[in-house]
Design a protein around this ligand. Structure first.
Ligand code: HEM
Length: 467
């Protein structure tokens, strides 16, 4: 369904930018969740110059996703003025265009073939099991820290196959700190390099990170390009058959790690959170997982086919969309779905808002995995992994990490949230929380109990089940 373009002035645009930098979900809710929207905001008081668009709904976003040459991806909103390491680090696969993008997307896809997936699935199952054993039964733990530690291990030690997991994990931590600063609202709104400011801090950490990544990459020189993802970048040819330069190398590594880690952590945290708050669904899922009799360590790939596990994950990522919005730069004057775009316009795709449209999803705020038995929302109305030629290239690896971890947890422990805690959401590329999420990992006695929680996370779902 196409709706007409709503025109807004420059004051509206300023308010929108500030609000998106601070509280994107609140801003998108305010822009409307009833039906698809297309809003054009003036980018200058005169009304001239580039415009800013906000789009939701499959029909509005379909042409944008399908024409990556006209609508360039833009991975970090902060433009990182002043050049330097912070600009170079942004130039990984997500921001790459043309031949460079085609080459590395193909190289990544070839690397992540069936054999790599099967080995990765087995490693995930083994590590998830060890991780779970180390969590004390019935003692409050922070779900965010626990899951971040786990996925950091998957994303660097395993994907990059490091012989020194601790060193790899430290690099992972630095990349995460770099992203957090890059998305800090103060940095996005005031990127001014004054000593002691968050922006100065961002520049400094970018320089340190770039050097660390280059040093890390040096340790792989001369190894087979097929060994792991890091070796693929270090020892494989670039798009013109030459070795990849150090600065581009660092950008690619930071981007792949960031894409793999941040989104998968977000998907897992919110899936566990929603299951803990929906005892009946959690119970049914336990039945499915234990009933299947699959040993994750030897046959983890079969877990990926469990239908309820699939619906639960699909539904939790619809409600708590790990990457809530994406940005595109328009590279030529063009027209799509009856909207005219000019060269240099910016488009924000409201993925989280699209996933909540009441015109597409009945009872859109409630967690109902069973809706996926009948819902016919197409790819473009379900914006979790984006769509079209730039759709997430790590989709299959993400399914392995998240589904095998969820299954491993539910086979042996039943997470319950600590009652009365406050949980507010924040967005730093991905949907996270401002506070820890305290939870108990109880023995698997089939006793799940929903607990009252406060904060903005509690307003993001509506409980309909009666248990
Ligand atoms: C649940 C987990 C994940 C979610 C929800 C997710 C989501 C996304 C989304 C929405 C995009 C599009 C961004 C844009 O258009 O601006 C994307 C792109 C990408 N993702 Fe993922 N992702 C996940 C896991 C992963 C993993 C595990 C990897 C790597 C191993 C990965 C690597 C990438 C890369 C390289 C791109 C850029 C693709 C391109 O531009 O061609 N992602 N992802």
């Amino acid at each position: 369904m196409t709706n007409s373009l709503i025109e807004k002035n420059f004051a509206y645009a300023l308010n929108y930018i500030t609000s998106m930098a601070r509280e994107p979900l609140r801003c998108m809710r305010h822009m409307g969740l009833e039906s698809p929207s297309a809003v054009a905001m003036q980018g200058a008081p005169s009304g001239k110059g580039r415009r800013l668009f906000y789009l939701t709904g499959g029909e509005n976003v379909r042409p944008i996703y399908n024409n990556p040459h006209t609508y360039f991806t833009s991975n970090v909103p902060l433009r990182a003025p002043g050049g330097g390491a912070q600009s170079r680090l942004r130039r990984g696969l997500i921001g790459a265009q043309g031949e460079e993008h085609k080459h590395y997307r193909a190289a990544f896809t070839a690397h992540a073939g069936r054999a790599m997936m099967t080995e990765f699935a087995s490693d995930v199952a083994t590590h998830a099991s060890r991780w779970l054993e180390a969590i004390p039964v019935g003692t409050p733990v922070d779900l965010v820290t626990q899951i971040s530690d786990l996925v950091r291990y998957y994303s660097v030690a395993m994907m990059f196959k490091d012989d020194d997991p601790e060193a790899a994990i430290n690099i992972g931590r630095k990349i995460t700190a770099w992203i957090e600063l890059g998305y800090n609202a103060k940095n996005v709104l005031f990127p001014v390099n004054i000593p002691g400011s968050p922006y100065a801090q961002y520049r400094k950490i970018s320089e340190e990170l770039e050097l660390d990544l280059i040093k890390w990459a040096d340790a792989r020189r001369g190894l087979s390009a097929k060994r792991d993802i890091l070796s693929m970048f270090v020892n494989g040819p670039d798009e013109s058959g030459q070795p990849l330069s150090d600065d581009r190398l660092a950008g690619h590594i930071a981007t792949i790690y960031a894409a793999a880690f941040t989104s998968s952590v977000s998907a897992l945290i919110w899936a566990v959170f929603l299951l803990a708050q929906h005892p009946t669904i959690a119970h049914d899922l336990c039945d499915e997982i234990t009933g299947a009799g699959i040993d994750p360590a030897t046959d983890g790939m079969r877990l990926l086919e469990l239908p309820l596990l699939d619906r639960v994950l699909k539904e939790s990522m619809r409600l708590f969309t790990p990457v809530p919005y994406q940005v595109r730069r328009v590279t030529a004057d063009t027209r799509a779905n009856d909207i005219s775009y000019a060269h240099r316009d910016i488009i924000v795709i409201g993925a989280w808002a699209t996933n909540r449209l009441r015109s597409v999803y009945r009872d859109a705020d409630s967690f109902q995995p069973e809706r996926w038995l009948t819902n016919d929302a197409n790819n473009y109305d379900y914006l979790v992994f984006s769509a079209g030629p730039r759709r997430c290239v790590g989709y299959a690896l993400a399914q392995i990490m998240v589904k095998i971890t969820l299954a491993t947890i539910l086979m042996r422990r039943h997470p319950t949230l600590i009652a009365g805690q406050r949980i507010d959401t924040k967005v730093a590329v991905t949907l996270r929380t401002k506070q820890p999420i305290m939870a108990l990992f109880n023995d698997a006695t089939r006793h799940f109990e929903r607990q009252p929680v406060e904060g903005s996370a509690a307003n993001l779902y509506r409980v309909t089940e009666t248990a």
